[in-house]
Design a protein around this ligand. Sequence first.
Ligand code: NAI
Length: 366
Amino acid sequence: MKKFSVVGAGTMGHGIAELAAIAGYDVWVNDVNDDILLNARNKIAWSLSKLRKEEALERIHFTTNQEEALKDADFMVEAVVEDLKVKSQVFSKASKLVSENAVLASNTSSIPISEIAKAVDKQERVVGMHFFNPPPLMPLVEIVKGEKTSEETVKVVGEVARKMGKETILVNKDIPGFLVTRIMFRINEVGCWLVDNKVADVKDVDYTAIQVLQFPMGVFLLQDYVGLDVSYLIQKALIERGFELYYCRAFEEKYNSKEFGMKSGKGFYTYDGKIIRPTLENARMVDPSLLVSSAINESYKLIRLGIVSREDVNKGCKLGLSWPKSPEDYLKEFGLSPVIRDLKMLYENTGLPHFIPDESLTRSYS
Ligand code: NAI
């Protein structure tokens, strides 16, 4: 395997190209105009100099000509905008140009792989290869199997990801949000429910997430960082694709008032141009088992259904979300009874069936 193509050189694409070049591949990066490519090149050069791997830049070719980037490629990672139509165009073109056994991977964070795969002839070689931001620093790649993805394709993606220095987890079924985004939204929904119903303030939820659960960021602070436009649209996309989720009104309000978080200077907190940690003075602790209860329930359900292994759930939370503990560890810490009580309370108050404690929770807890 030699030629590695990256289509889309934005936030994610340029980082993925950098990793591929460090791994020794001959990398072709494509985007729609020269300014974007130059910007990507400068960022890669800066990052490679920090890593003292400047020589890798020689292996990267930048081109606005998509045919040139894709012709006879052995491996493609698509990292264009999160839009099925645009992604389908890229895959359709790639399907006609790449080498016979090439793997076609998408870095999508929410679009089902099986929907993207419809654009190509050999759907068995289409797969999800979900990097985290920023790709050079985040240690995880989430591999997602579409309905028709072959075992061979999964194997090749795993090998390539490891060659790029990443740990991998495998999501066996093309479910909305895969694993890591799903778990993140399980935390978000409880935080939002507490805030929407005036049980707690944003600050209280974040204080509990940081101080008690020891997450690297608070629930709302993280969404300010991600961008509340992005969070709102992902929430919408997940729900439209059948993911049962408590609908976060607070996200919608922020979206409608264009308070997108750090990038717009105001979100759940106010920023003065710098990325700062907001003060959590006078915050009250909310029940930590309640905050994490839906994420625990989700992870046990996914393991029971054989969608993700227990080991990969733990790895996904620790390496994809930077949690210090796995959902299983939190369950042990807080105990089964409080978590079941919290889930029942959420179910009674919202009527949403995904809050019903999963049958495996009681069974697998020893
Ligand atoms: P971005 O907007 O920074 O970059 C997308 C790039 O694709 C732009 O430079 C754009 O010009 C280019 N592009 C659009 N149409 C194209 C086409 N037809 N051919 C070639 N290039 C084209 O977006 P970002 O954040 O890098 O996201 C890319 C993908 O990665 C999305 O699917 C997103 O969901 C996913 N992702 C994003 C993460 C993030 O934190 N930003 C994390 C994990 C996945």
